[in-house]
Each structure stands twice: as C-alpha cells, then as structure tokens.
Design a binder for this molecule. Structure first.
Ligand code: SAH
Ligand code: SF4
Length: 397
C-alpha cells in the first residue's frame, strides 16, 4: 500500500529560457555582464541576485525589490528562475518526501532525463538526499540505480536545483508558508540542515560539477549548509578521494559493503580496480579527520552474503584506527533482485559486535518505505519504461 498524502503536483512547463537558479557566482556574473550590467556595478548586482536566489528563494525577478525595475525586466526577458520540473511528488506517513524530477534535454538525448531527490525529516534535523548523475556507470549488485545505464552527468546548477526545489516544496524559505500536505517536519527553524550525495549516481565521476554545486550549497551568504553537514558517498573511486578532500572538504561516506576483496569485487565491482587496501589508505589520509569528523562506512545487510559474525569482526578490525561511523543498512529489495535482506536477529547480532567495538547506533532505520524512497531504490519510472522499450525492441529484432 502506498501512503501517498500528495501526489503528482504539476508544475508549469519549464520555459525555454535558461534558469539562473543554481548557478555559481561566476555563472551569475557572466549572465549579468551578458545583459549589459556595467563592470563597476557587477559586484553589487551579483550580491543582490545571490541573496534573492539563495537566501530568500526568489522564483520571480519582479520580487527583487532592491534591483532596478529596468534590470528586473531585462533579466526576465533573457532568463528565468525555474527549478527542475516536478514529475511526481510523494509524501510518506513518516514525513519522507520523494520527488521525481525532469531535467532539460541537453545535446542529443531522445527524452528528458529524470532523477530523484528524497527529503528525510527527523525531530532535530532534515536531510536531503540528492542525485549527481542520471543513472550510474557502475553496477553494484544490490543497487537498483546500478541496473540503469548512465544517461548523463548532472550540471552543477541541476545539483543545486534539487536543494532549491526541496526548500520550495517544504516551505523552507524565510517568508514561505508551510506545505499543505500535512506530512511531519522537524521542529526547527531550518528544515534542511544536512545534504547527502546518496541519490542516483557516483558523485566522484561527476567531480567538477558536484564540487562547484557544493560550493554554492555551502556558501555562507546563501544556502549556508556547512561542509560539515554535507556528506559525499562514494563506492570507492580512490584517486578522486584525496582530491575531493582538498577541493571540496565535505564529510565522506564509503560504500564498503564487504571486508574481503573476493566478495567486494562481486558486490561493488569498482573494487576490482581499487581494492580494499587502497581504499582504506585513502580513507586514513582524508584531510581533517577527528573524533568529531568521522568517515561513515556504509554496509548493506545481505542475507547469507556479507552478514556473518566473522564479517562483523573483520569489519571492526579493518576500520581500527580510522575515525569512523558504521552504518548498517537493511537491504531494500527491488523487483528482480537476487538479494534478500538479512534476518532482523542476524542484523542485531552483527550490530552487537560492531557496538561492542565502540560504534554507537550502527543500524540505519529504513525511511519512506511506503513510497520506495529508501536507499538504492532511486530509479525513475521512465527508466523502467525504457527497459520495457528495450525488451520490445529486442523482441522485434
Ligand atoms: N554511488 C554512491 C552514492 C549513491 S548510493 C555510492 O555508491 O556510495 C547510496 C548508498 O545506498 C550506498 O551506500 C549504496 O551502496 C546504498 N544502496 C544502494 N542500493 C541499496 C539497497 N538496495 N539497499 C540498501 N542500500 C543500498
Ligand atoms: Fe552506482 Fe552507488 Fe548504485 Fe553502485 S551503489 S550502482 S556506485 S549508485
């Protein structure tokens, strides 16, 4: 049963004009210069625009009361402030919200690509899970996204656009009204306190765009979500980990899932290229680690595959000496998967060993299951359609 409180919120068709929402300072500066703002006014105008877009969440140039009427009209004739288009919006009884979003066609795409974004509220925080790619080039055996081929990388503005859209929809701007869907929200002023790059795609394979997007999200004069509250999750693109630490400096999560190369090669195939020892070395060297700034190690619980108590012991041994959090994720099954979630008793026994080694609350509570919003289930409806279409095409051949 789907507990959908609100579905299919239609949005106006995305206009043909390019959107300024989601751009970084350089992009906005170029847009202002492009419509004829003189050099000596650029910094001032940029500051105004930045604040309207990222502090107040403006979606209409006309609201920008401290910008001259003339410039507002010029900007509106050349640009828009559209967010990604909403295809569907679902709210779970537990307050988890999921959006299927449509992005503009770029290049030779036959159809507009779609991605998913998920919001997970808790009492004292709100976490937004965003996508970095449409599909994924990697093929982790337990991941639904991994069954979809890569369609394309997201542009930086499309990564930021997910944050803007989520703030619109949950009323997380200073002057916004609360949403009308009645789904619970955290009882704090800012509703999105954390961002995790745990949606569709491998963010380190879209390095520059994701880095530039996180600079906008973390900007203290704008969205102001600090880098300590942004977490990039990677399947283990080892050479990019130190570079990410240096150039972006957010928190890091590693999709570990297995403690032996032989098994990890199968579950997370990128392991064949960058095995566990190399991955651990990159983790140890990640800048700024301390007890207050730990790496999260994600470990999906797969029945009879990686959930033995010997695996649990090997896991704590492997992570010894690294400031680490362990996140045991109950496997979320999806149609056609060969895996099963470990039995609850086994997860508890596994967690007990991890717990005794000093890692607090290691099991991640599944959220939004009624709307298929949980980890690894982010795979758009159109992707399912194209799979069906592929089948039809194969049948015809
Ligand atoms: N590509 C990146 C980030 C996206 S996946 C990565 O792999 O880290 C976010 C997390 O969800 C990863 O730890 C991933 O391994 C996990 N995941 C994927 N499919 C899952 C499933 N079906 N059940 C539980 N967790 C899953
Ligand atoms: Fe890609 Fe991450 Fe899924 Fe692996 S787990 S297929 S890297 S999205």
């Amino acid at each position: 049963m789907h507990a959908i409180l609100q579905a299919g919120a239609p949005q106006p068709l995305v206009s043909a004009k390019a959107s300024l929402a989601g751009l970084g300072r350089e992009g906005l500066r170029a847009a202002l210069a492009g419509v004829g703002v003189p050099d000596k006014q650029l910094n001032m105008r940029l500051g105004q625009l930045w604040s309207w877009i990222y502090v107040r969440g403006a979606t209409d140039f006309n609201d920008m009361s401290d910008v001259s009427k003339e410039l507002r009209a010029t900007l509106a004739s050349a640009y828009c402030l559209d967010r990604p288009e909403i295809v569907t919006e679902q709210a779970s009884v537990d307050g988890t919200r999921k959006w299927l979003l449509r992005l503009p066609i770029r290049g030779h795409e036959a159809r507009a690509p779609e991605i998913e974004t998920v919001y997970i509220p808790e009492a004292d925080r709100g976490t937004l899970c965003i996508s970095s790619q449409v599909g994924c080039t990697l093929t982790c055996s337990f991941c639904h996204t991994g069954t979809q081929r890569l369609v394309r990388n997201l542009e930086a503005s499309e990564v930021v656009g997910q944050v803007l859209l989520a703030r619109d929809r949950i009323g997380d701007w200073p002057a916004a009204a609360p949403p009308r869907d009645g789904a619970p929200l955290p009882a704090i002023e800012r509703k999105i306190t954390n961002v995790v790059l745990m949606g569709m795609g491998e963010p380190l394979y879209n390095f520059a765009s994701v880095r530039d997007a996180m600079a906008v999200v973390a900007d203290g004069d704008g969205l102001a979500i600090s880098k300590r509250r942004i977490t990039l999750s990677t399947s283990g693109v080892v050479p990019e980990i130190p570079r990410w630490g240096e150039e972006a400096g957010t928190m890091l999560a590693i999709s570990l899932h297995a403690v032996r190369d032989e098994l990890r090669d199968k579950l997370v195939p990128i392991n064949r290229k960058y095995p566990i020892t190399e991955l651990m070395a990159a983790c140890r060297a990640y800048p700024g680690l301390s007890n207050a700034r730990r790496i999260t190690f994600e470990y999906v619980m797969l029945k009879g595959v990686n959930d033995s108590l010997a695996d649990a012991k090997a896991l704590v041994k492997l992570l010894a000496g690294i400031p680490a959090k362990i996140n045991l994720i109950p496997f979320n099954p999806w149609p056609g998967t060969a895996h099963e979630c470990s039995d609850w008793e086994q997860i508890e026994r596994f967690a007990e060993i991890v717990n005794r080694a000093g890692y607090a609350s290691p099991v991640r509570t599944p959220r939004g299951r009624d709307i298929m919003a949980a980890c690894g289930q982010l795979r758009s409806e159109s992707a399912k359609l194209s799979a069906r279409e592929r089948k039809v095409a194969q049948g015809a051949a």
